[in-house]
Design a protein around this ligand. Structure first.
Ligand code: NAP
Length: 282
């Protein structure tokens, strides 16, 4: 069976850059996916103009029917999945008028809880030697969490998925009550969602290590500060550079000892997620 790679939320921005680069580097089929079919097909047409041959499938990670349709399609067509890049995410703008409680609920819903559900749905079809990339952020660095107790809890190498889910649910509830800062969080729902995703990645690698399938590897990346809609085009890096860390993590050769469950900075530097130091501020 031929190999297959899927990138979530790839009709634009960094995800689009990742598909573009994988088209020339990955030996197999590369799927650009989007929640909106028209936007996805337009992106496919743009890549075809460059002589690339990405394939397309609709995917909204918050829609269970859409997730199972993709899963069934991959099983029937390829018998499994070899590379998954969890890139889809949202971020409220700094001047957003929605109350913080709403921002916390919606951001955590997509960037953490539905990304986790998507992984739980798709991981059973990963083939041995599969590579998974969780696109986190510099905002997902543990050192940026203000509260020492909270930091200690999340840094624990034995943190369970139940512990983590409870912490992230508590963030959403505390945000509704206005008590999140007294619980050790900062004032960014986006940062909380990415800290959660990064903590999750470490748990997922431990789960992979105990899996009967050989050599499953997952890492979390900071793609850099990139010129996309999410940053209102303030990031200096072009999407091609924003794709570098994800493509590197997607193409880790079979049997490599490292990186594994690691935090990868945008020029491919492996960073200690708990203690740093960070290679650059963003
Ligand atoms: N740009 C940066 O400087 C930066 C820095 C650090 C981390 N990141 C991370 O890098 C990733 C890509 O960011 P970006 O800057 O390229 O953002 P972007 O331009 O806003 O693109 C986000 C993509 O995710 C999709 N998406 C959102 N919700 C989705 C859902 N429920 N199901 C499927 N797709 C969904 C969007 O689809 P629509 O077009 O339909 O909205 C879009 O394709 C994100 O995880 C982001 O947090 C970005």
């Amino acid at each position: 069976m031929s190999r297959v790679a899927v990138v979530t939320g790839s009709n634009k921005g960094i995800g689009f850059g990742i598909v573009k680069d994988l088209c020339s580097k990955f030996e197999g089929s590369v799927y650009l996916t989007s929640r909106d079919e028209q936007r996805g097909k337009a992106a496919i047409a743009d890549l075809e103009k460059l002589g690339l041959k990405p394939k397309y499938h609709q995917l909204d990670i918050t829609d269970d029917a859409s997730v199972s349709a993709l899963k069934d399609y991959l099983v029937q067509t390829y018998g499994g999945l070899d590379v998954l890049v969890n890139n889809a995410a949202i971020a409220f703008k700094n001047d957003a008028t929605e109350p913080f409680s709403v921002q916390a609920k919606e951001t955590l819903h997509i960037n953490f809880f539905k990304t986790l559900d998507f992984c739980d749905a798709i991981f059973p079809i990963l083939r041995p030697h599969a590579r998974v990339v969780n696109v986190s952020s510099s905002a997902g660095f543990l050192g940026r969490v203000p509260g020492e107790e909270l930091k200690k809890k999340l840094a624990n190498p034995d943190l369970t998925r139940e512990d983590l889910i409870a912490v992230m649910k508590d963030f959403v509830e505390s945000a509704a009550e206005g008590t999140h800062q007294s619980k050790g969080w900062g004032n960014s729902a986006y940062a909380a969602s990415k800290v959660g995703l990064s903590a999750l990645t470490r748990i997922q690698q431990r789960e992979f290590n105990a899996d009967t399938r050989e050599d499953l590897v997952i890492n979390h990346v900071h793609p850099g500060y990139v010129d996309t809609d999410m940053t209102s085009h303030k990031g200096p890096l072009p999407i091609e550079e924003g794709a570098v860390s994800s493509v590197f993590a997607a193409l880790i050769p079979p049997g490599a000892a490292s990186p594994k469950g690691d935090y990868i900075w945008f020029k491919k530097e492996i960073v200690d997620w708990v203690n740093g130091p960070l290679p650059s501020q963003y």
